[in-house]
Design a protein around this ligand. Structure first.
Ligand SMILES: [Zn+2]
Length: 79
């Protein structure tokens, strides 16, 4: 069993308070190490959430079937 706790984290770079991790590496000015660390934390969190979604879908056989059926239905509506 894998059990994860809730983590709440807020941080911003003192030099670049407007940095938005959604802008990616291109949003980092002057190779700022703090912004790079915030981006790494953000990207790692996004990957973790994606892995959890994937694991839930694989371990719950009802959800993927329902999603696939809905996708098939939508596809036929296009023709
Ligand atoms: Zn910065």
């Amino acid at each position: 069993m894998v059990k994860l706790g809730t983590v709440s984290f807020k941080a911003r770079c003192d030099r670049h308070p407007g940095f938005d991790p959604n802008d990616g590496r291109g949003g980092i000015r002057g190779g700022c190490k703090r912004c790079e660390l915030l981006l790494d934390i953000h990207d790692t969190h996004m990957r973790l959430m994606e892995m959890i979604r994937k694991a839930r879908n694989e371990m719950d056989p009802v959800r993927p079937k329902a999603a696939a059926a809905a996708a098939d239905e939508r596809q036929t509506l296009l023709f």
